[in-house]
Design a protein around this ligand. Structure first.
Ligand code: SF4
Ligand code: SF4
Length: 412
């Protein structure tokens, strides 16, 4: 009935629901950050310190070489990949004949389209983070780097997963997580290859990974081989610095300074309990570390260097008014800029030059300046046009929210 009044071209009801759900989730995040910042006054000095560390370390070849040497000395199988093709080739070699791979969240894997590339070769890739698994199964775009499914309501997820699995899934967050966890667990048990990213690497040869779900531990430990794919820009001079960066990332991604799990791995399982002879043991038998350049060295020497100071917290996305209205059409903050650096500059016309991303970035990365450097044409004209477009879209969304709200309330 309602849809007969509202033209299909004018509104995609599902899109409005997704925007509303996403913005509600971001609002909750901001409120949690505001509440908790008083509990963690150290955040301010930590962010200053880590900004300085990133300024020093990004693009430092000597630091990279030292780290590679130390990782090798600790038994890691280290590879440097120049670009996407090189990284995919290496991963295919490491996978060999295996046809099932379990993976956890990794921005670098996303950057090279790893899942899609492996699927083209007939390899099944199972995402083990609940949010990533949801968007994988439902063929959705991620709306936030650490909360990829925040645009989907519990009802929407339950309905679509019920269709996918051909079974009734209760629309409750707990039930959905329980169902997916069971499904993921069965697949992890069968897989011989696990692939993860890394939040940080240290010069001494340690990998630092943070997570809340417990899945990364499974992906690292259960399969026979563990592949870590990360960028050459993730190296810190010490474990202490890496931990500080991790705390900042966690706070700005979730509002909590400590995630549930912090994994620090600096080698394979080993023991010297018998006559002090060193015996390697346990799974995974081999840990491979792939360090991807993919343009990072060039960026480190360019006017876009600052983007490599990014910790991947996603706070710029959660505070981007353009992303809040355009959703997946404008990735927001750092992610819109990175898309543009990889060639997709068209979306930059949607940026409002409002500087909210810079204001909310713990590393104070000047994303708006870099967007403006990349954008063609007159800046004043771009500014006026992007605001007119945004206002039009925002009014449309607000109007449709009002029209649909009674109907949505009735449905759910
Ligand atoms: S300046 Fe652009 S990218 Fe940054 S918050 Fe504003 S609209 Fe988003
Ligand atoms: S640019 Fe800043 S706010 Fe955005 S993901 Fe990176 S560190 Fe976080």
């Amino acid at each position: 009935m309602l849809n007969s009044h509202v033209s299909k071209d004018f509104v995609d009801r599902e899109e409005i629901e997704k925007l509303v759900t996403m913005n509600r989730a971001f609002k909750l995040l901001r409120e949690r950050q505001r509440r908790n910042i008083k509990k963690y006054p150290e955040i301010e000095s930590l962010t200053r310190k880590i900004r300085e560390v990133r300024e020093r370390c990004v693009g430092d070849r000597e630091l990279l070489n030292e780290a590679v040497e130390n990782f090798e000395r600790r038994g890691f199988d280290v590879h440097l990949a120049d670009d996407k093709d090189g990284a995919i080739r290496l991963i295919l070699e490491l996978i060999g004949d295996e046809r099932l791979l379990v993976k956890s969240k990794s921005n670098v894997a996303k950057e090279i389209g790893l899942r899609e590339e492996l699927e083209k070769k007939g390899i099944e890739v199972v995402e083990t983070d609940v949010g990533d698994r949801i968007i994988q199964l439902l063929s959705e775009d991620a709306s936030h780097p650490t909360g990829p499914a925040v645009h989907l309501s519990v009802e929407m997820i339950a309905k679509k997963l019920s269709n996918h699995f051909n079974t009734e899934i209760t629309p409750s967050a707990e039930k959905i997580v329980e169902f997916l966890r069971e499904d993921i667990k069965r697949r992890v048990e069968k897989a011989n290859i696990g692939i993860t990213g890394a939040n940080a690497l240290t010069k001494e040869g340690a990998v630092v990974i943070i997570h809340n779900e417990g899945n990364i531990y499974e992906v690292m430990q259960r399969p026979k081989r563990w592949i870590i794919l990360t960028g050459i820009d993730k190296i810190y001079p010490s474990l202490e610095d890496a931990i500080s960066a991790m705390k900042i990332q966690s706070f700005f991604a979730t509002g909590e300074i400590l995630p549930s799990f912090v994994e620090i791995v600096s080698g394979c399982a080993k023991t010297a309990d018998i006559e002090k002879k060193l015996v390697k043991s346990g799974d995974p038998e081999k840990i491979s570390l792939i360090l991807l350049d993919n343009g990072r060295s060039k960026i480190a020497d360019s006017e876009f260097r600052e983007i490599l100071y990014c910790l991947g917290c996603g706070n710029c996305v959660a505070n981007c008014p353009a992303h809040s209205v355009y959703g997946s059409r404008f990735a927001g903050g750092r992610f819109a800029l990175v898309d543009a650096l990889r060639g997709n500059r068209d979306a930059l016309k949607l940026c409002l030059s409002c500087r909210k991303c810079r204001k909310n970035c713990p590393m104070e990365i000047d994303i708006p300046r870099m967007i403006s450097d990349l954008r063609e044409g007159n800046e004043l004209f771009n500014f006026l046009l992007s605001h007119a477009r945004w206002l039009n879209e925002r009014l449309k969304v607000e109007l449709l929210k009002i029209i649909l709200s009674s109907k949505l309330a009735k449905d759910y």
